[in-house]
Each structure stands twice: as C-alpha cells, then as structure tokens.
Design a protein around this ligand. Structure first.
Ligand SMILES: NC(=O)c1ccc[n+]([C@@H]2O[C@H](COP(=O)([O-])OP(=O)(O)OC[C@H]3O[C@@H](n4cnc5c(N)ncnc54)[C@H](O)[C@@H]3O)[C@@H](O)[C@H]2O)c1
Length: 304
C-alpha cells in the first residue's frame, strides 16, 4: 500500500521525544525515509547523555521503514548544515524539513536572566533559521541546476507565540518570530518550489506536563475514548503538509490539538483613519478610541 509521502526524504528535528517522535513515526508509516534528529536535551536544554533518537530509529526500522539518527544541535550553524547533509549523504536528497526541536526556561519577564532569554531564543528562533537556511540553499542549487524541487518546510510555533503566555516571554517572542519567519520564507522560497507552513500544537509531552499542576491534569489521558492530548494527533497534518499534495498551501499557520485543525489569522490591516495630513497629538485620543471600537478584540494571553 502506498503512503502519502512514499519515498520522500524527511528531517524531523527534536524527534527523540514528544511531538517530534510522533512525526518521525508517522512519516515513516506513510513511506518516508526519516532523519531523526535529537540532541538528547533535558526539558530546560541541559545535556542528559541520553540518545532517545536511536530508539525512534530502531522502532522505524523494526516496522520495516528507513531511518537514520542525527545528534546535531539545530541552533549550531555547522551542526544545522551537517544535519541537512546527513539527509543528502544517506538518502541522496532532501524533500521535507520539519523544525520541531526546542526547550523551555519559563520565568516572568521582570525576573528573567539574560541566559534564560538567550538560550530559549537561540534554540527555537535560530534553531529554525539555521536548518531552514541550509536546506533552502540546497533547494535553490537544485532548482538552478534544473532539477525538479517539490519541497516543504513545516515549522513549529505555539499558542504562546500567537497569543502570548504568562511566564513564557522568551518562548513566546521566539515562537512569534517563527510564525513571521514562516510567512517570510514562504514568500522568498516560492520560486524554488519550496512551501513553508507552521503549526501551533497542543499535546501531552514532558514540555506541557513536566511541571505538573493544572496543565498536567487537563492533559491527562482519559480512561477510555479518544485521547485528545496524545502527541500522535498532531502528526497527520504535518505529514500531509510534507506531501506533494499540499503544494498550493504556503505561508500558513495552523493550530492543531486532538481532532481540531484551525487556520490562524495573523496580523492584518484593521480599521484605518487617514487625515491626509500630519495629526496633532491632541487629536489622537478620539481617533484611537474610534479605531479600537471598530477593531476585533484581541485573543486573551494564556494564563492572564
Ligand atoms: N507540547 C505542547 O503542547 C506544545 C505546545 C506548543 C508548542 N510546542 C512545541 O512543539 C515542539 C516539540 O515539543 P514537545 O512538547 O514534543 O517537547 P519535548 O521536550 O518532548 O521534545 C523536544 C525535543 O527536542 C530536543 N531538543 C532540544 N534542544 C535541541 C537542540 N538544540 N537540537 C536538537 N534537538 C533538541 C529534546 O532533546 C527533545 O527530545 C517544540 O518546539 C515546542 O515548543 C509544544
């Protein structure tokens, strides 16, 4: 039986655990050859010495699929390049890059350290850009050489990046940057045959239940029936976005949770008043009041 991504070569970053692991297994089940990247980081990015990616590769191979491990840090420039080359050297090409790796260092902005800011912005925002940059250069070279390119990038944003999340200012800013970079890259890479979309997932992983509390309770698996918070629920959309069928979809962000897929509608021009001349500061109050009365009410920040 043929799968929706038969023979396509796919990189999934941070695929040793959680949502990335589910993506890697789902791509392999639909016929893709998978590079399973994971640095084996702790929940806060610290080194653990574990290599969960090897277990994922073993599972894929045991099920009759093809997969290879890569242990590079996605936010390291040379590491990201090596990751892209791992796909090309092992399987002869690259068709799909799924950027998923990352970790958290939660703190209110007022108490956040420089290191907490830098580490989280680095792993998510630079960790998406570095891999995207090296993959895009490969696809541009292929396109210029006249080789057919039907490639995909699927990025991972977050509800925190789209709506904000109390105590996660570093993460929210990085994830908002990823949503914008998705639109940016979609526009810049269109002519090379590359689409770029993003997801904002919600699922039960160590990232969401690790701290325990109300979030962990809300995400607990039910005793029977549909397990809406299983990470496996996120992957079908990502696999489809990685397929050739999705070629007309680009520059979009999809929220996905359980059986629900929502297309996010981001920044757009709202109500406008144009005086046709420079405003005086004392004129602005009623203008802003009128604009805000006509505008959509913002979605509340998580936890506010
Ligand atoms: N779980 C959710 O509900 C949720 C919600 C919104 C967004 N996300 C995003 O989904 C993605 C996956 O999260 P998860 O919940 O599965 O978390 P997870 O902690 O289970 O998995 C993340 C994986 O990334 C790996 N990793 C960390 N830094 C890395 C690096 N520099 N290079 C390579 N690998 C690295 C870790 O070792 C880990 O295996 C993340 O980008 C996260 O921000 C998750």
């Amino acid at each position: 039986m043929s799968g929706v991504v038969d023979g396509r070569v796919v990189i999934v970053t941070g695929a040793g655990r959680g949502i990335g692991r589910a993506h890697a297994l789902a791509f392999a089940a639909e016929g893709a050859k998978v590079v399973v990247n994971d640095i084996g980081a702790g929940i806060d990015g610290s080194a653990t010495g574990e290599s969960p990616a090897e277990q994922v590769v073993a599972e894929i191979v045991a099920a009759g699929g093809e997969a290879v491990v890569n242990g590079d840090d996605v936010a390291d420039w040379a590491g990201a390049e090596n990751l892209i080359n791992t796909a090309i050297d092992t399987f002869g090409r690259l068709d799909v890059l799924v950027n998923n790796a990352g970790f958290l260092r939660d703190r209110m902005l007022v108490g956040m350290s420089e290191q907490e800011w830098d580490a989280v912005v680095r792993v998510h925002l630079k960790g998406h850009f570095a891999t995207l940059r090296h993959a895009a250069a490969y696809w541009r070279t292929e396109a210029k050489a006249g080789n057919p390119v039907d490639a995909r990038i699927v990025n991972t944003s977050s509800g925190a990046g789209l709506q904000g999340s109390i105590g996660q200012g570093n993460y929210a800013a990085a994830k908002a940057g990823i949503a914008e970079m998705t639109i940016q890259a979609a526009a810049e890479l269109k002519n090379y045959g590359v689409t770029v979309n993003a997801i904002a997932p919600a699922a039960r992983t160590r990232m969401t239940v690790g701290a325990g509390g109300a979030m962990a309770e809300a995400m607990a698996a039910p005793e029977e029936g549909f397990d809406a918070m299983a990470p496996e629920n996120i992957s079908p959309l990502v696999v489809w976005l990685g397929s050739t069928e999705s070629k007309d979809v680009t520059g979009r962000v999809f929220e996905v949770e359980g059986g629900k897929i929502t297309v996010a509608e981001g920044w757009r021009h709202g109500p406008t008043q144009d005086k046709g001349a420079r405003w005086e500061p004392k004129e602005i109050g009623p203008v802003v009041a009128d604009l805000l009365a006509k505008a959509e009410t913002p979605v509340p920040v998580y936890g506010a």
